[in-house]
Design a protein around this ligand. Structure first.
Ligand code: BG6
Length: 489
C-alpha cells in the first residue's frame, strides 16, 4: 500500500470533541513521525464561527492536552500551516458550494492533487444527508466511475442502533460510494495490542495448534472502564453497554481470537475470515438471553447529569456465547464489559483444559491450575503465560509461574494511538482494520434477538452494582454456574 503524494482531509465536526481529543493529536503525531504525505491540507468543517487561526489555536490546545508526545514548537509550526477551517451548516446547500470553492483554492495554492478523505465526526443521523449533499455538490464520485482523484469516507461507530438503522446508514453510504471507499472505524482495531492478536496467533507455532476445542477450556474477554458515562448521557441513554461496546469492540476482539488462519493478509481475506466467526455465533434465543446474559447499572448512574432517574439503560453486560463451528464447538466464550468498574483494564484470557488428575495433579486436595494465556489490551499492554513449575527444594512442590511480556519494557517508545494507525491506513487505502458492511450487519443480526428479548421482559429495576466494584453478583453467578470463575484483573 502506498501513501499518496498529497491528500486533503476534510473533517466534518472539525471543531468537535473527537477532532480535539483524537483526530488532530493523531495527525500531529503522524506529522512528527514523517508518516504524512509530503503535501497535506486538513480542513475542519463546523458550525462554530472560527477563523483559520482560531482553528489552529483549537488544534494546538487539543494536541497540548491529548497528544502522546509533548508539543515541539518547530513541528507544531509546520503542522499548523496545513490547518484551516470552513464555517458551514450541514443543512445548507450553499455551504457545500462554499466548502467546494475553499477546497479548490486550498488545493490549488498548495499544489495538492484533489485526493480527498472526508471524515464524518458527526452524529450518525447526519451521515445520510451529508453524503447526499457531497454527491449533489459533485464533491465526490464513485471510485468505479471516477477513480482519480480518490474520494474516501470515514464514519465512526455507532453504525445504527439496530439492524434496520444500520442498513439504512449503509444504504445511504452505498448510494454515493463503492464499498472500497468506505472506512467504518472501530477504534479497537487500531490498538497495537489488538493488531498483535493475529501476530501472536499466526507468527508463532506454539499457540495456533492449541487454539481449538481439544485444548481450550474457555475464553474470557473483559473490557472494564473506571470512568462513568461522563458528559455523554444523551447518547448513552439511547445505547447502553450492549450497543456501545459488545456489538462492536468485543465482537471484533472475539472474531480476531477465534477466526481461522487467513490464506493471506489481504484486507478482503482477513475480513472474510472475521465475518465467518460473526456468522457462526450461536443465535441467542429467549432462553439463552434469560439464562446466559446479565445486564446491570452502576448504582449512581441515575444521578449522572442528563440521565433519566428511572433509566433502564445497562452500563454493564456479561454473557456466555458459543461459536458453532468445528474449531470451537462447545467451548464457552465469556464476555463482560462495564463502566464505573474497579479499574480500567481490557484483557483476553484463554484458559487451557485441566491437566489430567495423575502424576503432579493426582492429589484432589491440591489441584494444579490450568495454563492460561492472557493478552492485555490495555493499559499495561502485553501478554503472559501461566505455567506450572517446580519450586526449588528437595520436595516436589509445583507452583504457577508467569512468563510476562510488557510492551513498555521491551519497546520503550510509546505505542501509536489507534487513530494514528487508522488515519494512516485510510491514506494508504488499506481497509483491513475497518469494518465491512456485512460484518457490521452480521454483528447486529446476532444482537437483535437480545435487544428484542430485553424489551419484552423489562427487568425493573435493573440489578445494580456499587461504583468501583467488579459488577453485579449475577455476573459471578453466570460463570460460576459453569464451574469457572472470572479472572482477577
Ligand atoms: C467507545 C465507547 O467506542 O469506546 C465509549 O463509545 C467507551 O463508551 C470507549 O468509553 C472505550 O474506548 P477505550 O479506547 O478508552 O477503551
Amino acid at each position: 500500500m502506498k501513501l499518496p503524494a498529497a491528500v486533503t482531509i476534510v473533517i466534518f465536526g472539525g471543531s468537535g470533541d473527537l477532532a480535539h481529543r483524537k483526530l488532530l493529536p493523531a495527525l500531529y503525531n503522524l506529522h512528527v513521525d514523517h508518516f504524512l504525505p509530503p503535501k497535506l491540507a486538513v480542513v475542519g468543517v463546523g458550525r462554530k464561527e472560527m477563523t483559520d487561526d482560531d482553528y489552529r489555536a483549537f488544534a494546538k490546545d487539543g494536541v497540548t492536552q491529548f497528544s502522546r508526545r509533548p508539543i515541539d514548537d518547530a513541528a507544531w509550526e509546520s503542522f499548523a500551516r496545513t490547518l484551516c477551517f470552513v464555517n458551514m451548516s450541514l443543512d445548507d446547500e450553499r455551504g457545500f458550494a462554499t466548502l467546494g470553492a475553499r477546497l479548490d483554492s486550498v488545493e490549488h495554492a498548495g499544489g495538492l492533487t484533489g485526493d480527498r478523505i472526508y471524515y464524518l465526526a458527526i452524529p450518525p443521523a447526519l451521515f445520510a444527508p451529508t453524503v447526499k449533499q457531497l454527491a449533489r455538490s459533485r464533491l465526490v464520485a464513485r471510485a468505479s466511475q471516477r477513480p482519480e482523484p480518490f474520494a474516501r469516507i470515514i464514519v465512526e461507530k455507532p453504525i445504527g442502533r439496530d439492524l434496520e438503522s444500520a442498513q439504512t446508514i449503509n444504504d445511504a453510504l452505498a448510494e454515493v460510494f463503492d464499498e472500497e471507499q468506505i472506512y467504518r472505524i472501530d477504534h479497537y482495531l487500531g490498538k497495537e495490542t489488538v493488531q498483535n492478536i493475529l501476530v501472536l496467533r499466526f507468527a508463532n507455532s506454539i499457540f495456533e495448534p492449541l487454539f481449538n476445542l481439544k485444548f481450550i477450556d474457555h475464553v474470557q474477554i473483559s473490557v472494564a472502564e473506571a470512568e462513568g458515562v461522563g458528559t455523554r448521557a444523551g447518547y448513552y441513554e439511547q445505547a447502553g453497554a450492549l450497543r456501545d461496546m459488545i456489538q462492536n469492540h468485543l465482537l471484533q476482539l472475539l472474531a480476531l481470537i477465534a477466526m481461522e488462519p487467513p490464506h493471506s493478509l489481504r484486507p478482503e481475506v482477513v475480513r472474510d475470515e472475521k465475518l465467518e466467526i460473526l456468522q457462526s455465533l450461536r443465535p441467542m434465543d429467549a432462553r439463552a438471553v434469560d439464562g446466559c446474559m446479565v445486564r446491570a447499572q452502576y448504582a449512581n448512574y441515575v444521578k449522572e447529569p442528563g440521565v433519566d432517574p428511572g433509566s433502564q439503560t445497562e452500563t454493564f453486560v456479561a454473557l456466555q456465547l458459543f461459536i458453532d463451528n468445528w474449531r470451537w464447538a462447545g467451548v464457552p466464550f465469556f464476555l463482560r464489559t462495564g463502566k464505573k468498574l474497579a479499574k480500567r483494564v481490557s484483557e483476553i484470557t484463554i484458559q487451557l483444559r485441566d491437566i489430567p488428575p495423575i502424576l503432579f495433579n493426582a492429589d484432589p486436595a491440591h489441584r494444579l491450575t490450568p495454563n492460561v494465556l492472557s493478552i492485555r489490551i490495555q493499559p499495561d499492554e502485553g501478554f503472559s503465560i501461566e505455567i506450572s513449575s517446580k519450586e526449588p527444594g528437595p520436595q516436589v512442590h509445583v507452583e504457577t509461574v508467569k512468563m510476562d511480556f510488557h510492551y513498555n519494557t521491551e519497546f520503550p517508545t510509546s505505542s501509536p494511538e489507534a487513530y494514528e494507525r487508522l488515519l494512516l491506513d485510510v491514506m494508504t487505502g488499506d481497509q483491513t482494520l475497518f469494518m465491512r458492511r456485512d460484518a457490521v450487519e452480521a454483528a447486529w443480526r446476532w444482537v437483535m434477538p437480545i435487544l428484542e428479548r430485553w424489551s419484552e421482559v423489562s427487568q425493573k429495576p435493573l440489578p445494580t452494582y456499587p461504583d468501583g466494584s467488579w459488577g453485579p453478583s449475577e455476573a459471578d453467578a453466570l460463570i460460576e454456574a459453569t464451574g469457572r470463575r472470572w479472572r482477577k484483573l
